[in-house]
Design a protein around this ligand. Sequence first.
Ligand code: COA
Length: 188
Amino acid sequence: MAQPDAPIPQKPFKVCRLDAQDAAVYRDIRLEGLKNHPEAFGSSWEDESRKPDAWWAERLETSTVFGGWIDDSPLLGVAGFHAHTATKLRHKAVLWGMYVRIEGRGTGLAARLVQRVIEHARPLVEEICLTVVASNIAGKRLYSAAGFEPYGIERRALKIGEEYFDEVLMARPLREPCASAAPISIGD
Ligand SMILES: CC(C)(COP(=O)(O)OP(=O)(O)OC[C@H]1O[C@@H](n2cnc3c(N)ncnc32)[C@H](O)[C@@H]1OP(=O)(O)O)[C@@H](O)C(=O)NCCC(=O)NCCS
């Protein structure tokens, strides 16, 4: 006789902000991502692998980077948040440095990290932007599922060796623009 379906156990994810004490594990995962997926990031392994330990600690003190774990795993994923500080840009922030190790892929951890960045951003800015290389199907699906919408393409955004990569620009509004925002008019 068929048994009733057992409830699917929820993965025990842990997502929290990294600090200077996490510098060594953050360096490892960040350099792994840069090395294995050079087209996925504007930064390069060649530049960041030369940085001293103090640089990594300082990055975690001055930037907001969330880390993700499953059960008692090592660090499996990271996602960064950067709010612009210039007066005319500070209504916007950037989601950057998204990376999930192979062992954490397909688990939902990536979506949890994106959601954590959105929660963090909500009281601080009106919109989060990001760029994703046009060939990155998993990345584009991940961001679309979290409410990001494409608004443009930057042709030849990255050049690695002699190869160019286009990037899709995506944004997720967090609240309605205030009344003073003028409607778009082309041709003024
Ligand atoms: C991008 C990344 C964070 C996504 O994490 P993930 O755990 O692979 O994400 P998910 O498994 O939740 O997959 C997201 C979506 O893409 C789909 N997908 C995953 N891999 C895919 C593949 N190779 N081809 C097509 N679709 C794929 C999934 O089915 C899912 O779609 P769905 O929600 O409609 O089912 C991860 O793949 C990664 O770190 N990649 C390398 C670095 C990178 O690209 N960073 C992003 C920089 S913008």
